[in-house]
Design a protein around this ligand. Structure first.
Ligand code: SAM
Length: 337
């Protein structure tokens, strides 16, 4: 289903541009400087040993010999918090300079953007997503354990240096940040940002979906429609599954990511993930992972990497399993959001 037009290229096959899956999210670290209640487990036992995290040389080898040979051309750097790992910026720079790569984007909690924004712009980042679940400092602290001030400064710095697009990612938490939805939309409108609302997913040990904490994007959209017209947009900002609308009176673009409530969520899935410890994960909501460390250590085996991606593409499930009493197998930070 996901294979298309395999051609031969000097013994190693390349997949043609028409490949449906062309987007790889790379978790460069499972470490994070925040502790989001829906993401980062309290018990740090899940953290991998330092040497089981891939080096940037190894990540690059996977991209070059594995992903790109199958037509992957769009990449997102994520984590954990990618900017806490030394070398992430150079890695991004190396990727953006690689012929055949169309876009490299970043997901971040924003805490270090004040320092990195200009360098990211110079590295030709194709956009940043910043997690922001509230504008209230006290609630921000409660949700993330961190300080909102550097995050807001970081967003400002991204605007100043001209990074585009800047998208805010807001995880919907019923009874916790519901009241923040409109203020966040107004903030996005004022700053000319895109805002996306994300349904809580059962992807970390901490995340239990219940009636008490789950708020669907469908409900949020309905609420917003009571006060404004939401014009559906064809255009996508990035490679992900969000559905975008323009809120007419505020003139702001709002996206919805409804992994649970949107029954067409997986229809056009174009992505796979690479975990920080060297597994290809074809689907976030499925436990299947392919260990590729054996093709990286002690030396790089290009054919092994190529074959691993071929296999992963064949095994990519048509749909996630979140609706089937899914229980997370390991921390989201290692898999990469
Ligand atoms: N540290 C970066 C950040 O804060 O964006 C990148 C990693 S974070 C895991 C990537 C995205 O996953 C964030 O937008 C975060 O809100 C989202 N995320 C984490 N846990 C989630 C969950 N249980 N349900 C839905 N989204 C989640």
């Amino acid at each position: 289903m996901f294979k298309a037009n395999i051609e031969t290229d000097g013994g190693i096959k390349t997949q043609a541009e028409s490949t449906k899956v062309h987007y790889l999210r790379i978790s460069v670290t499972d470490r994070c400087n925040e502790r989001c209640i829906y993401c980062f487990p309290q018990d740090l036992g899940f953290l991998s040993k330092k040497d089981s995290q891939l080096s940037f040389e190894e990540f690059y080898a996977v991209v070059f010999h594995g992903a790109m040979k199958h037509g992957f051309k769009d990449f997102r750097i994520t984590g954990g918090e990618p900017l806490v790992r030394k070398g992430t910026l150079s890695f991004i720079r190396r990727l953006t300079r690689t012929p055949g790569i169309s876009s490299v984007r970043l997901s971040t909690n924003g805490t270090l953007l004040g320092y990195y924004a200009r360098q990211l712009k110079e590295a030709q980042i194709a956009g940043v997503n910043v997690s922001l679940d509230t504008l209230k400092p006290s609630l921000y602290k409660k949700i993330t354990g961190g300080d909102i001030v550097p995050v807001l400064e970081g967003i400002e710095e991204c605007r100043k240096v001209g990074i585009e697009p800047i998208k805010l990612n807001t995880v919907l938490l019923k009874g916790i940040n519901e009241e923040e939805i409109l203020p966040l939309i107004d903030f996005a409108a004022e700053k000319n940002l895109i805002i996306r609302f994300i349904e809580l997913m059962p992807i970390s040990y901490t995340t239990k979906i219940s009636k008490e904490n789950f708020l669907s994007v469908y409900q949020v959209k309905q609420r917003l429609e009571k006060g404004d017209e939401l014009e559906p947009l064809e255009k996508k900002w990035g490679q992900g599954p969000a559905k975008y609308f323009r809120m007419k009176s505020r003139n702001v673009i709002v996206g919805f990511i409804g992994a649970l409530s949107d029954f067409h969520f997986c229809d056009n899935c174009n992505k796979m993930r690479l975990t920080s410890d060297g597994f290809i994960r074809p689907c976030l909501g499925n436990h299947l992972e392919i260990d590729i460390k054996g093709f990286l250590r002690p030396t790089v085996d290009p054919l092994g990497l190529y074959k691993s991606f071929e296999w992963a593409l064949q095994k990519k499930p048509p749909e996630h399993s979140f609706r089937e009493k899914y229980s997370p197998g390991r921390a989201m930070t290692a898999i990469g959001g």
